[in-house]
Every structure is written in C-alpha cells, then in structure tokens.
Design a protein around this ligand. Sequence first.
Ligand SMILES: *Cc1c(COP(=O)(O)O)cnc(C)c1O
Length: 388
Amino acid sequence: MFNFQKEISFLSKHHLIRTLVPIDSGQATTLKQNGKSFLHFSSNNYLGLAGHPTLKSTAIRAVEEWGVGGGASRLVSGNSRLYFELETKIAKFKNTASALVFPSGYAANIGAIGALVQKQDLIFADRLCHASLIDGARLSGATLRVYRHKDTEQLAKLLRQKKKKGQTLIITDGVFSMDGDIAPLAEILRLAEEFDALIYLDDAHATGVLGPNGRGTCDYFALSSPRIIQMGTLSKALGGLGGFIAADRVLIEYLINKARPFIYTTALPPVLLATALAGFELIESDPEIRNRLWRLTSRVRTQINQMGFNTCGSETPIIPILIGPTETALTFSQKLLEEGIYIPAIRPPTVPDGTSRLRISLMATHTDEQIQLLLNSLKHIGKKLRLI
Ligand SMILES: *Cc1c(COP(=O)(O)O)cnc(C)c1O
C-alpha cells in the first residue's frame, strides 16, 4: 500500500513540511496575508515590472485585442504574431541569431536539455544548479557528473577524465538562485573550447538584472560565443511568465522539432507575450530602474556583512543569510514576520543539508525607508537569537 501520511509525518518531524499560504495582494514591495500587511523581501520581481503601470496598460490592451487564452499548441494554431515579435526582441537583446519562447523557465530547461543531449552524451553540472536543470539532465538520459560549486579546477579534471564518445554539455546558472553569486563563465568558456563542449547557461536571475545593459551573464563578462546556449525566464525581472532559449538558428529549429515540453503544450496567452515585449523595451529605455536595484543591493549586502552574517558570497540582489539549522532559520523567519517582514526560510532539499537560510531578494521599487526597517529588524533579531 502507498503510505503518503508516513512521509508527511517524517517531513513535519524534521521541519521540512511545505504548506501553501494564500497571499491577498499582487507582487509589490508590500504583501497582504490574513488581513495583515508585510514588507516583502522574497519576490523575484527584481525591477518591479509585475506591477509597472506601462505593463499593466499593455496587458489591458492585449486582452482587449487577443482575449485571454492561448487556445492550442504553437505548432497547431496558438502561435500568435506576438511570439514572432517577442522572439525577435529576445534574440536581439541576447545578441543571438534566434530565440524560442517556452511556457515557463522550467519547461525551457527540461525541454531544451532533454532534447540537446541523449543517453550516449555527458553533462557536467555545478552542484548548486537549479532543480529544473537537474530534471532536464535526468530526462535526457545522459550521464550526469556534478562538480563542486564554481570549482572550474575540478570541472577541468572531470573533463580531462571523460572517456565517453558523445557530446559534452556544461550546465550552470549564471546567477545562482539560492546563493546569489555569479558563475565563472569566462573560465567555463575556456574549458568548453578546450574540450569541445557546449555551455547551457541558465540566466533566470541574470536576465534584466546583470551586466551593463541588463542582458545577463554574457553581458556582465562581455562574452559572446556560439558555444553558449542562453536560457532565461520572463517570470522574474520581466515580471510575467514564460521561459526562453536564445541561440543560433539551427539549434532553435532543432528545439522546435525535438523539445517535447515545447511541442505538446498550449501556447502562452498572448497577453503575456505583449507584456514581456513591453518589459524588454522598458529595460532598454529606463536603465535607472536597474541602477537603483544595484544601489540598494550594494547597500544592503555591505550592511548585512558588517553585522556579521554570512551572505554566501552573494554578488547580486539575491542576498542569503546563512543560518544552518533548519529550525533556527524558521525561528528567524517567524520573528521577522512578527515585525512585519516577509522572508520565508529556504530549507533542504532546495538548498544542501545544513545550509538553511533566509533569502532576501531586493526590488528596485523598495523605498529607502523599507530597506532601513529590514536592516533594523535583521540586526536586533540576529542578536536576540545569538547569531551575530
Ligand atoms: C525560477 C528558475 C527557473 C524556472 O523558471 P520559471 O519561469 O519560474 O519556470 C529556472 N532556473 C532558475 C535558476 C530559476 O531560478
């Protein structure tokens, strides 16, 4: 017999049970729950575009014109012209010949990786890669080897040892989602060239955020190479929903024909394509939004480090506070909640055992006053719990 209750009891006992709580407001710097309002520091809506007036009015107009649903898969009749416009925009933004939009970042990862490599091939992945990348790797059937986080020396060693014939794919996040640090892309590219590998770069948290023009990790390192397949999402800095791959034309044509999570699913509602397009335009036309995000980032990170917390080498608007024991992380989060600050604890299996943490993410729309309230609470709760 199945015994689901036993597993749930086990999770509860180890403080690992997950529950869904209803949120009564849209994604903004404050969040309503159970009739109370909290300062919100756990959204991936980095640029505040999820509630930006331009995107809202774009959405209303798109709904009037296109209605609400995608209707059918893209290869049948769901491929609205907006897809063409958005994919042209993304390719230009990412400096590639072509791009392909998927229903989500998750679908892009399992779809693209699942199609790019097969059983006879080899995948090397950073240990802290996002779960969706690991799922894609598993789905592909290729042999998966994991290297220590950002450890390109170990990656080189593993590449040197490879005996298998097949293709080699190196998978990494650009900005790591739970640590907020940046992949050593220049070094990984050097290895990819030496060992004739392709790089699958998950820029979910970098797109719209990282680099002088917000174009992502390649922009940050001023790199461009046909060996780098760039993945991104429309659900974080872009404020909506959808994932994408930016690469050369042949690869995109291949994915259209081979990526099952692309083929066998309904097209996105046109309204989401229209808002993503408006989001990219805003990122290009209003760099001040991104600049403010980075000013807040450097202020918050510096002050949290000065308090004596460990921020896991964060370099971006994702700023973790490493706690360690899951129970303590939960207590910290609960105390913050009592002071009106919403930052859920991140626990295994999302992060490795023994590394439970608070994960702060900043938005360009946070006010200076909201930031100060956050810093004050972190400091005195941290002291009360004897963490600093
Ligand atoms: C959020 C995320 C994804 C999945 O993107 P969705 O659009 O939310 O499905 C993939 N990779 C990373 C690193 C992420 O943080």
